[in-house]
Design a protein around this ligand. Structure first.
Ligand SMILES: [Zn+2]
Ligand SMILES: [Zn+2]
Length: 260
């Protein structure tokens, strides 16, 4: 049990995330170089990308190395999801090797391998299918993710609409539907540092307010994730901690993965 909501960060990238052409460049640290953070953030987990194109051999190497160097670091993974291929590309025999598995709605339904850092790549999809349909497809992706047996949490919920500036267009009922399904399937919803920072900058915190308040009300579990790609971004800044506490979020609402 943690005594403070800032004592968790389950979404950290390391140099093992350098597996994709669009990956941002971390300052090349290995997972076990994060030990310095463990005192302040005891629930610390790395969740490198397992993209559609990731070579599993690289990943098995990472798993073995983390266990050898620092068995106290939680071992997570961030996997892509695309309904079009009906599955997560994470080989089944790897599932049990992780303390937790974050499913990432990086892609919207039938679109394929479009990174949220390039939101304009989705605009043609919005144009083609219409805004309402686009959002409902994306919401359905979140429901599908919750229903997958190996997924323990959803990373950066609704990241695509957030990046496209469409977050206000998501009906409250859809957010509640995702939170309810997450609760009923035992899936956690991530409070994502870059999303919170982005919406704060845009002066638009209603989405996060809603997500947290409704989740607390109905009993959905959350995780916190910095999605850091460099050491400076690891953890929860004081202003976010204060903000989340103000919404009523306490350590009892956070999910703590158990070490196997
Ligand atoms: Zn992601
Ligand atoms: Zn990430």
């Amino acid at each position: 049990m943690i005594s403070n909501i800032s004592q968790q960060d389950l979404h950290i990238h390391t140099r093992f995330s350098l597996c994709g052409i669009m990956e941002s460049q971390p300052d090349l640290y290995y997972p076990w170089e994060l030990s310095e953070f463990k005192k302040k953030i005891p629930v610390l987990g790395v969740s490198d990308h397992f993209h559609f194109w990731t070579d599993r051999k690289d990943f098995e190497g990472e798993i073995a190395e983390i266990k050898r160097h620092d068995p106290d670091i939680l071992l997570g993974v961030e996997v892509d999801f695309c309904k079009a291929i009906e599955d997560i590309i994470l080989p089944k025999d790897l599932w049990s090797k992780f303390d937790y598995i974050l499913g990432s709605p990086h892609n919207v339904s039938t679109t394929f391998v479009r990174h949220p850092a390039r939101p304009e790549q989705y605009l043609d999809v919005v144009k083609t299918v219409g805004l309402k349909k686009f959002i409902s497809l994306n919401v359905q992706d979140h429901i599908s993710l919750c229903e997958l047996p190996h997924i323990t949490g959803i990373a950066h919920p609704l990241i695509v609409p957030v990046h496209l500036g469409l977050v206000d267009k998501i009906p409250h009922d859809d957010i509640a539907y995702i939170l309810q399904t997450a609760r009923d399937t035992g899936t956690c919803i991530e409070l994502h540092r870059p999303t919170i920072e982005r919406l704060k900058k845009a002066g638009n915190m209603e989405f996060i307010d809603n997500l947290v308040r409704t989740g607390i009300e109905i009993g959905t579990r959350f995780t916190f994730g910095s999605d850091a790609h460099n050491k400076a971004d690891i953890g929860m800044p004081a202003w976010i901690e204060e903000y989340l506490l103000g919404l009523g979020l306490g350590p009892e609402h956070l999910f703590i993965p158990r070490k196997k």
